[in-house]
Design a binder for this molecule. Structure first.
Ligand code: IMP
Ligand code: MG
Length: 177
């Protein structure tokens, strides 16, 4: 039996909720009068997305994509597969991609190039967590919840082997045990 890898609270539910409120206000101000579609990247972003949209006071639509990146061959663009595509067209719309955490940026870098071919008015990113120290591909991240160091976290939608997504706080997770 492996030891439970779940560690201490890294960001409390209250800290997260306060920051999500601020992000909602910033997004509402930035996109007022524009046709906005939020694109959540499944599965990790679903909890953040649900809280974020309830803090955005301007009209907007939402859509979801699921992509898979294969570890081990990261870096090759073919390694990113679209498992679930958008339901609606993004042509002429302001797209805001909603992510749980951005690390190297390889997955999202590929996705953005792919979505740009559909001629949206613009593509920006809102991520709850930015592990910017690990970035390889530069990305247009306009809204960041928290910048985090090189620690692995779970909870608030984020998983380790599909577990812990339900936790309301973010916890450190020791993935070596
Ligand atoms: P990258 O930016 O392409 O390197 O990959 C980022 C993706 O890896 C995120 O969207 C998460 O799905 C996953 N990921 C990276 N760091 C963590 C973490 O600390 N906890 C849970 N998932 C993570
Ligand atoms: Mg993700």
């Amino acid at each position: 039996m492996n030891k439970d890898p779940l560690g201490d609270v890294y960001l409390s539910a209250d800290q997260i909720q306060a920051r999500v409120q601020e992000l909602g206000k910033q997004i509402s101000a930035a996109y007022r009068g524009k046709e906005l579609v939020l694109v959540g990247i499944l599965k990790g972003s679903f909890v953040f997305m649900a809280d974020l949209v309830r803090n955005i006071e301007i009209p907007h639509s939402m859509d979801f994509m699921a992509i898979s990146s294969y570890e081990g061959i990261e870096g090759s663009p073919e390694a990113v597969k679209i498992l679930k595509d958008l339901d609606e067209s993004i042509t002429g719309k302001h797209v805001l991609i909603v992510e749980d955490i951005i690390d190297t940026g390889l997955t999202l870098g590929y996705l953005i190039r792919h979505l740009e071919a559909r001629n949206p008015e613009g593509i920006n990113i809102c991520t709850l967590l930015d592990r910017s120290i690990r970035r390889i591909v530069p990305l247009p991240i306009n809204f960041t919840g928290f910048d985090i160091p090189d620690v692995f976290v779970v909870g608030y939608g984020m998983d380790y082997r599909q577990l812990y997504r339900n936790l309301t706080s973010l916890h450190l997770c020791d993935i070596k045990v």
